[in-house]
Every structure is written in C-alpha cells, then in structure tokens.
Design a binder for this molecule. Sequence first.
Ligand code: MLT
Ligand code: ZN
Length: 470
Amino acid sequence: MAVDGVEVDLEARFAGIVGAQHIQAGEAIGERYRVDITRKYQSQPAFVVKPATVQEVSAIVTLAAAAGMPITMVGGQTGTVGSAVPVNGGLAMSLERMNRVVEIDPLSMTMTVEAGCILQLAHEAAEAQGALLPLDLGARGSATIGGVIGTNAGGNRVLRWGMMRDMVIGLEAVLADGTIISSLTKMLKDNAGYNWKHLLIGSEGTLGIVTRAVLRLRPLPSSRQTALIAAESFEQAITALRRLEVTLSGRLSSFELMWGDFFAAMTEAQLSQRPRPMELGHGFYVVVEAMGGDAETDLAQFERVLMDMIEENVLANAVIAQSERECEAIWAVREDMTPGLTPLRPFASYDVSMGVGDMPAFVAYAQANMAKAYPDAKMLIYGHAGDGNLHAIVSTGQLNPNIQRGFDTVIFGAVRDVGGSIAAEHGIGVSRAPFLSWTRSAAELALMRVLKDAIDPKHILNPGKLLDAM
Ligand code: MLT
Ligand code: ZN
C-alpha cells in the first residue's frame, strides 16, 4: 500500500510500532476480530494490531491515515448493531494489551483505567478498595471500558447512577490525525469551554479512539436486596416503580421489566438448570434491586413496601431473595438469555426508548402492525423500564434482509409514532443507520455531519457506520 505516494510494506511498518507478535494478518485473524455477537456482520480486515501504549496507538493511526486505511476498534463484540465489525481490508485495532486499572484514588473517588480493561475486572478492582463502579450490564465479563464509553452504554443500574457518560470524568484519546488529546482530570465540575469528551462518548469510534479514562466511583453499598415481583398490568408495574423510588428514597438501583411471555420463555428454557422463581400467568414480571448501607433496616423496609403493595393489589406476587444463590437465580431470568433465545434463532433484536408513559402505545402499535405484516411473528419484550428503554426480540424462524427490513419498519414506525429513539443504548452502527432520519431531524443530522467532517475529514475512523452507513 502507498503512503504519501511511496509503496510500503504496511505489515512491517505496523510491526515496527507494536512488535510482530502483536499483529495478525489475513487468514490468521481470529474470529473475534471479524464477527460480533449477532453474527450478522462479518468482515475480513487486512490486519489486527494490538498496541500497548497511547503513543503506539497514535503512531498506528498516523500511519493508517497516511495509507488511507480505515480503523475500527474491536472490544468485547457484544454490541448488537454492528458498530465494531471492521471494514473489509481495513485495520482492526484491539486495546486488549492496554487493560490496566492504573489508579484508584479513594479521596477523589475516581478510577483511572485503560480502555482495554474488561468491565468486570474494573468492578472488582473498585470493590477491592471499597468503591463501586456503577455501570453494569449482562456482558460485563467481555465488554471493555473503551467499548462502553464508545457506545455510552447503559445497562441495569441507569435509573440510579446514570449511563457511562455520567461516570466519565476524564478522557484520553487519539484523534484521526494521530493527535493525542488528554484531559485526565479528577474533578466533577469543568465548564472551561466545549466539553470535547462528550462528543467522543457514544460516537461508536467515529470521532476518536478512547485510550484511557478517569471514572467516577461511588461508595460501595454494604447491603443489597433483590426481588422478583409480578403485576397484572403495565400501569401497576409502573406504580410499583414510582412507589419504590419514593419509599426507598434513592436506594432503588434496578427495575428490569419483563412482559409475561418473555418471562415464560426464559424460565422454560432454564428449567434444566434451576426451577422457576415464580409461577407463570402474570402479565408482567420485574427484577427489582436496591442497595444501601444497613442490611437489617434496608431489608425490613424493602420487604414492607413490597408486602404493602401486595395487600393493596398493586402487585400480584413478590419473591425476595434470601441468599446470594436466590439472588443469582432471580437475575438469571433476565440475564441468562441464551437458552431462551436459542429456539427463536434467527431473530432480530431492538433497543428503543420513549417516555415511560408512551410504552403501552408503542407496544400496542408494534404488536398490531407486526401481526398484520407477519402473522407468525413471535415478539418478546423486556427492558430497563425505569429509563424508558425497551428491548424487543422478533422471530418468524427465518430472517433475510427483506424480513429484517420489514421488522425494522414496524418497530421503528411504532417508535416514531410515540416520538421515541431507535437506539437507546447500543447505538446506530450499521443496522440502525437506514432509520437514523426517523429519529433525528435534518438539522441534527447536518450538525452531526459537520462535526464528523471537521474531526475526521478523511473518514478514517470506523467508516461505514453511523452517518456513513445511512
Ligand atoms: C440487555 O439489556 O440485555 C442488553 O442491552 C442486550 C439486549 O439488547 O437485549
Ligand atoms: Zn439493555
């Protein structure tokens, strides 16, 4: 490939930066660098390069930019919209060697961490120091810090502690021309001009490569209560949410809502591993979790509010975990989804958001229009209801681009009808791009293009995704 008009051996040049043992090329490239969890998008990058320092990242970007070679960051590959699938013939960059927790500062309550660190390892490092890194999601064992920043991930505890954006205090990144930009500060308040880090957070690797971050920690709660609750109507489930928010005064950390048929499908498939934690037949089930600082009084208050709501017929039932094992069994209904989803393969999955009060209308439109267009379609709905975020799985047992497009039109049409967003937490990537204009105005899209063109004029960073894929 030519760099500045001169033919160069790019592999040798990349090897000169990171060492030959930290490059894979052609057929030797492992599957995890070519395919994501959905397996819908596959590619054959020319190289996988694994730098160990921000200076190496910068040198790689400078060289790739000079060669006109697109760069895609590859993390845990658990996103669902194809954001991290490399470009054919492009460069896949993995920060798996940049995986250190650099520092935990208990006075500032911050953690400085490299972007290749696995989320769960960051959790464990914080907990060992008596602190909580609150961002949590089912893919915690494989998702990387860079990935959860790049997508502005949400997950199970957003209603209490916010999304990744709310936890990133400082950032170090490499821009499309190789510039290292760094603001690894530890203070919450910083209004000294434009806050560039928020442009990069959630940009899906299209505006810069995050290499290191300073994250806000919270005191580690010493008590945790978990319950599975059931309600017959959506309104009752949301009444329970608001009541828990008030009564537990800020201790409610998760409210994971599941429609009855989602609960039935997941627990049915898990029966060989564990019994159902609650009987079938209710309209809605919710995994509820609260965290606090006094195990005895927290549990008593948690039990009392749930029992009160049963007596008042707000809730149909409640099972409160009495041990870590029971807690895991309750969470498994929501998080151990592989056995329940396997019979539905191939399926389409959605990640949409709207006002909580608009959810029943969204579901009614989506179900009615799906039944009209695909009478055999099975649709399972669940999500982070407190955040206005629903996920839907849709399956007819077969999936091709036409069927996918048909499902998308129904779901995103229902989102548009209620004024929601087509991408709550997984981003736009490749699969949502054709519908971005259903959720963003022409003026918003024009501003996004101005930003992209200014920050990455050659479209070197993750091209073919987000705006480029529209
Ligand atoms: C989840 O909440 O389980 C994840 O966001 C994955 C999904 O899209 O279902
Ligand atoms: Zn989710």
